[in-house]
Ligand binder design. Structure first.
Ligand code: IMP
Ligand code: MG
Length: 184
């Protein structure tokens, strides 16, 4: 039987490295929202951001609300000049006059987050910022400002710590690049 580790080409960031970086990000966020009388809501983008979100909120030393959204995007193919994002699960919480922090596993084309940032602004968020564990900058199509970025990653297929390939590998404690033979 083939084991999961056989599918991983390289471990990019091990468990300890990820934990340390997420702690730094939490400290930065704590510093950047010093007024605890203002509401801060972290919005995790399902499902990839779940593991990162769970660790990140525990590194933030101020009150936070949390909520989740699920989206699917089309038009990521090379031939498409403009993609479309569809909301599969919307927020339960109201974001009016709250500071919004969108929490994502990886920014690839940037389509998802540029679309979601616009929505949050239109819905009356007090501010909108982005925290992404990973940044695959080489693939960017839509310009997005990542306010809190965990690690840059090369243009490879990344899995683990919430990130999947075909709904597998999310449970890995580390972040790795998948062997091309698995997805090609
Ligand atoms: P974007 O709209 O192209 O930025 O899409 C980002 C989404 O695509 C992420 O939330 C992931 O779900 C998915 N994604 C992009 N690259 C990878 C990858 O290397 N591994 C796993 N998921 C990825
Ligand atoms: Mg995602």
């Amino acid at each position: 039987m083939k084991t999961i580790t056989e599918d991983i080409k390289t471990v990019l960031f091990d468990e300890q490295t990820v934990r340390r970086r997420v702690a730094e990000m939490g400290a930065e966020i704590t510093r950047d929202y010093p007024d605890h009388s203002e509401d801060l809501i972290l919005i995790g983008i399902l499902k990839g951001a779940v593991v990162f979100m769970a660790d990140l909120i525990r590194e933030i030393e101020r009150p936070v609300y949390i909520d989740f959204m699920s989206v699917s995007s089309y038009g990521k193919g090379k031939a498409e000049s403009r993609g479309v994002v569809r909301i599969l699960k919307d927020l339960d919480e109201d974001i009016l006059n709250k500071h919004v922090l969108l929490v994502e596993d990886i920014v690839d084309s940037g389509l998802t987050l540029s679309y979601l940032s616009d929505i949050m602004v239109r819905r009356g968020a007090k501010s909108v910022k982005i925290a992404s564990l990973l940044n695959k900058a080489e693939r960017r199509v839509n310009i997005v400002k990542i306010d809190y970025c965990g690690f840059p990653v090369p243009n490879e297929f990344i899995v683990g710590y919430g990130l999947d390939y075909s709904e597998t590998y999310r449970h890995l404690t580390y972040i790795g690049a998948l062997k091309e033979s698995v997805y090609k």
